[in-house]
Design a protein around this ligand. Structure first.
Ligand SMILES: [Zn+2]
Length: 59
């Protein structure tokens, strides 16, 4: 399977993105400096977005 070394915009780590990744075709078009958001950071963003939807609990 082919893969592309892409840097995560959030944590700055470089990951090998495999051919079956949803962002692979996007990364393939940007061979100079492929960037994406890794699964871990993507999860974090979604989690934080969910948290902001919720009403704040009084401390
Ligand atoms: Zn990341």
């Amino acid at each position: 399977m082919k893969s592309i070394a892409a840097r995560c915009l959030m944590c700055g780590k470089t990951f090998d993105v495999a051919e079956d990744h949803k962002d692979y075709s996007k990364l393939e078009k940007r061979k100079d400096q492929p960037t994406f958001v890794c699964d871990m950071c993507g999860y974090k963003i979604r989690y934080e977005a969910d948290e902001e939807q919720k009403p704040k609990k009084p401390m």
